[in-house]
Design a binder for this molecule. Sequence first.
Ligand SMILES: Nc1ncnc2c1ncn2[C@@H]1O[C@H](COP(=O)(O)OP(=O)(O)O)[C@@H](O)[C@H]1O
Ligand SMILES: [Mg+2]
Length: 298
Amino acid sequence: MANGIARSGSRAADGATALLDVRDLQVHLRTADRVVRAVDGVDLQVASGECVGIVGESGSGKSTLSRTVARLMINAEFARLRGQAFFDGADTLTLEPQALRRLRRKAGFSMIFQDPLGYLNPTMRVGRQIREALSPGDHAASESERVHALLREAGLRDVESVAQRYPHELSGGMRQRIMIAIALASEPRLLFADEPTTALDATVQLQVLETLHRLHLKRHMAMIIITHDLGVVAALCDRVYVMHAGKVVETAGTLELFDAPRSPYAARLIELTRHTRADAPARGRALAQATAGSGSAA
Ligand SMILES: Nc1ncnc2c1ncn2[C@@H]1O[C@H](COP(=O)(O)OP(=O)(O)O)[C@@H](O)[C@H]1O
Ligand SMILES: [Mg+2]
């Protein structure tokens, strides 16, 4: 229980039961003059319902790792891939496009990013963008009821009016909540969140993290929080992978990492956080208070 936050499913994953099981993943990118080993032999496991952090400085390979696994960034022209990434037993790296679409559409994985504006359609009302992402199947509620429920779950109010707006008519925090609603529309079992709050003001950051934490508990949804900010990891994650130069240099329980980092790199990252982000532990506490007993709320 890091920072006194109630945890669900906070057991360390093992290969046999992992929802996501990444084995010896390498992503080498060819640029004009050299080969970048963006991801260089990474093993990573996430159990069902677990919240895992991937932390490291900019350029350490976090986004390449997650985008590769989620099959959002594979350009065989300039990327060389090796290894495997099993989601629920199927290797996402070799899935045919149709199977991949099925996985995305229903109870697979979704992703949110630092920059929602870059991923939202500027010419379409946000409600419709969420509707287009809804999972198929039998549902008692109408599509617009489902869209409104998702907006509420993502922490928005006045949802009927919000659904009618275009992305540019919303604040950064609201846009990130729209991305969250779109991500939830397919009822994912795993959510990749790549620097989900980096572009937001500190207060809004905390509120969005609180929403993610509540969703993780309520939906028993596994999450991978990708961030350069150890404060975010401290507030949300059960376990952490520390990445540096394309490799995992340490993996540990969150508290364990903060108390006694084993790698010099992780120790330096913690030191840096303490130095520049004196509020990191306080943010963890604030989040714990804000979310205490809120597992069934909203
Ligand atoms: N499209 C690309 N072409 C060439 N190099 C890239 C590309 N994307 C990322 N890289 C390089 O791969 C490494 C890892 O980048 P990235 O995965 O974005 O790291 P992080 O998300 O941790 O900041 C960096 O050295 C980066 O410059
Ligand atoms: Mg990144």
